[in-house]
Design a binder for this molecule. Structure first.
Ligand code: PRP
Ligand code: ZN
Length: 285
């Protein structure tokens, strides 16, 4: 049986999280030092460790069958590959930043200035749309150093925590677009490899869904149950179990975590007690 070859980032923002994704899907990988490639012992995949900028090209040419990388890198590459899943980690902004003490007056500040970036395709498209005429200075890395050494007036780069900008005396002035980790695949997968990819995506979706949802249990007097059910969003058919104490029940359901924080007080006011919220490991709908 053939293996699905998946390219992942060798080192950088997404590499650790990409590997964790396989672990949470129950896919074992030998955790030795990061070689060029590694095969799983219990699922037909093989990982190739590459520079993220190379991944879309390898997938387009079929050297790798699939890849995990930032959406921004895929867009910038202009490669013909299919984005099959947004993975929900590695979220970042792609922003314009300028030296902290410049007096920013809006986008026109950038008119006829020089902007350093590793993402000229995405930047050019944005500047054209906004009607800004600026020179683009393409640099391979350490873009944040460009204004300090007089190479550019502004930069366009990924911002995640913002600490790179802060350390280099820069401030974010425009968010151009957002990005997160995605799974891409070749447009020419064999049937066998498509099947493996579908099996992998099935697992990934189950893990992703589970991480967004929590299992909730609470106790309530029987007379409060109707009201509590109406407060719990998305609760189609909660499990209601009688407690040993007469007139009390236990309610079980699944809820999105962010929704929980918004309704916790209402639940308590309605009479809910002993509220437990627990993580879900896998969730298949
Ligand atoms: C990006 C970007 C910054 C940093 C921003 O690099 O180029 O250096 O992350 O993150 P922060 O806001 O948390 O400081 P990335 O790790 O994507 O690597 P690459 O640009 O070398 O591919
Ligand atoms: Zn990169």
């Amino acid at each position: 049986m053939s293996r699905l070859k998946i390219a992942v980032q060798k080192s950088g923002r997404l590499s650790e999280k990409s590997l964790n994704l396989f672990g949470s899907c129950g896919i074992k990988l030998s955790n030795g030092d990061r070689k060029l490639m590694t095969a799983s012992s219990n699922f037909p995949v093989e990982l190739l460790f590459l520079r993220d900028d190379d991944i879309p090209h390898y997938v387009e040419e079929g050297v790798a069958d699939a890849g995990i990388l930032g959406e921004n890198v895929v867009r910038e590459s202009l490669c013909r590959v299919e984005t099959v899943e947004r993975l929900g980690f590695g979220s970042c902004r792609m922003s314009l930043a300028i030296p902290r003490d410049e007096n920013y007056t809006g986008l026109t500040w950038l008119q006829n200035r020089k902007i350093a970036t590793s993402y000229p395709v995405i930047l050019k498209e944005y500047l054209q749309k906004e009607g800004i005429n600026a020179a683009i200075e393409v640099t391979g890395g350490s873009v944040e150093l460009a204004p300090g050494i007089g190479l550019a007036d502004a930069i366009f780069d990924i911002v995640s925590t913002g600490s790179t900008l802060l350390m280099n005396g820069l401030r974010e002035v425009e968010v151009v677009t957002r990005s997160e980790a995605v799974m891409i695949s070749s447009l020419a997968l064999t049937e066998e490899k498509s099947t493996i990819l579908s099996r992998l995506l099935f697992r990934i979706r189950a893990v992703k869904k589970a991480s967004e949802n929590k299992y909730i249990l609470l106790n309530a007097p029987d007379k409060a149950i109707t009201e509590i059910i109406s407060i719990l969003p998305g609760m189609k058919s909660p499990t209601v179990l009688p407690l040993a104490i007469n007139g009390w029940s236990s309610l079980h359901s699944v809820i999105q975590e962010d929704e929980f924080w918004e309704i916790i007080n209402k639940l308590k006011e309605a009479g809910a007690e002993g509220i437990l919220v627990m993580p879900i490991e896998k969730m298949i709908l």
